[in-house]
Design a protein around this ligand. Sequence first.
Ligand code: BGC
Length: 757
Amino acid sequence: MQKLYIILLVLVVASCSSESNKEDEKSMSEKSIISTELDTKVATLLSKMTLEEKVGQMTQITLDVVTKGDNQYSSSQPYALDSALVHKAIHTYKVGSILNTPGVPLSRQDWYKTIKTFQDEAAKTPRQIPIIYGIDAIHGVNYTIGATLFPQQIGLAATFNKDLVKEAAKISAYETRASSIPWNFSPVLGLGRNPLWPRLWETFGEDVYLGKTMGVAMVEGYQGTLGDPNTVASCMKHYLGYSVPLSGKDRTPAWIPERELRQYFLPAFKEAVDAGSVTLMINSGEINGVPVHASKFLLTDVLRGELGFDGIAVTDWADINYLHTRHKVAETIKDAIKMSVNAGIDMSMVPHDFEFAELLVELVKEGSVSEERINSAVSRILKVKMQLGLFENPVTDPKKYPDFGSDKFAAVSKKAAVESFTLLKNKDNILPLEKSAKILVTGPTANTMRSLNGGWSYNWQGSEADNYAKDKNTIAEAFTNLGNATFIQGVSFEGESNIDAAVKAAKQSDVIVLCLGENSYTETPGNINSILMPKDQINLAKALSKTGKKIILVLLEGRPIIFNEIEPLVDAVFMGYLPGNHGADALVDLLFGMENPSGRLPINYPKHPHAFVNYNHKHSDNISVPNYYESDYDQQYEFGDGLSYTSFEYTNLSISSAEMDQKGSIEVSVDITNTGSRKGKETVLLFISDLYASITPEVRALKGYDKIALNKGESKKVSFTITKDELSFVNENLETVAEPGDFEIRIGDLKKKIKLK
Ligand code: BGC
């Protein structure tokens, strides 16, 4: 009977899977018909184009080039298009793409008018090819007034909730189209493995598995079905290896062995290419002495040849010129253009003039760049424009997007913020707080929307957030609105100090919510010479701790600022990252226990300024001799850390087999029970350690995660499948291999060994 049941089950499963195979095949063949049709359309259009038109398609300028006045990055002049300059760009130079904001956020109606002006002009050109407008809508469409702003990527990673990340991306895409823009320069797929780097918060953290799965969720959320006017083209960036400059400063040299490039940095791009991301932006920096914009190896051999990427590769800001002016690998701008186009770029974010277009025409005429190379670049650009439906609908009308900035979208942003806040310390279960507690809110990040949103918010540096998000709560506002809290800033980012007043107010309170961290910054302006928490913030914490009142430390920051000097003085620590416009409301719900924390650290939080080590370090990173050498692996908090107000028990770790071969797989499952007194969400992390390998193995590496919700007393089983992919690494010959031998799998504190034959 049992056997018969199993046979029946196998037959059902087999027929289902052959059904689904058929479905897959069908949709594959439909896809290829569509893409052949598209390719034919592209080829027909291309065959009619002049060289100047083609080169124009490869040219991207910044909005500032066609606006009145000299207002780059400033809000001092009112924004207005200059029709003569628009004409020059679109008719004389035939540019195919425009990007950026005028320095201030625009209303949707202004975006519509702007982009409609461009498309109306483009429609008057001989080929009528629409412009593709691109923007950095990296945590919502952050340059549109009234948009829903989400936690930044580092916070989204801390949710460990792919579905939520996909939903946030879907909303961002909708609101970006509601702003008439079809192309989003997001997500960042570099790994945040250097805590100093000012763009760490733009990443999904330090882990390759977390990064690639979150990246795919975001690409899927943005793109949905391309052509649907609620979706945008995603732009994976910055290919490749941008995120780990040795000095920690933005756009400074990185040194990454090819083995590591392949093992750690390439997978997120590979997965995003497979998930269908249609565009990619290139790393502005150099790796091993070669600027990536000049690397034929990375831009053609690996990107096209190995990853099979067939979308648009756009340069980053002025990066072709920098090959000459900054990197000094090209003696002239013209040489730089030749180098980069021949290396494989399709579009140049020039962005300030038309020299690229002029010189590229000359280069083709001289025979230094082949027309074939130009044709492949332009075909890709035309194809994406067609995929997006821009030929039929060059501009989307804000009136058709009634949900823009709606409460239901705000609720998703708040949910993401709730799930991102990461509770790292909760001494004597001081949290959650009683509703009646008298609270002092203090610190430089307490009363500003800048520290909640970070950079790329309303303007490039996020410095206008307090003006444009007035209707949203700062932490101080969220608490004082409840009636039981006082706010005294204590110290400000500008160096003002009012520590005595804060101490006085603390004495009259039951508990202190101390908000420390960073002001907003983006890219190079965020470079730092020290990652230590500024002295005045330390002094404020020390003075407050002398009152004997309990301190809850809330960190709002784009990178892990080191605070080991005051960590012992505080009772609870909440890492908030940059939780977005609804972060303060989320924090209130968490502190009072209306919500239960469930975020986990997507990075190691360093304890010492000269001892940065990632969590998946090597065994020799930890040569510990207690109380003697400072050679141990000593973090303030570790990747994956995060507490809850309830407790979870892990039992019954079981494996379907203790052995597998290269083609096999092992099912791993574990039971998780909520043994505490309230409902909560738990992130179940699967770590694998290769015990011995030809390349020194990592101590452990994340190979799976799942986030589950459990009521008090409830249990759930969580399962993972291990194949050779989860056991592999890149060997000395640069091949991805899974070497036979023993592996340890770990979920919670439970461990099992498996063998690969
Ligand atoms: C950044 C990119 C961004 C581009 C356009 C550059 O400076 O590195 O991430 O997409 O500007 O704004």
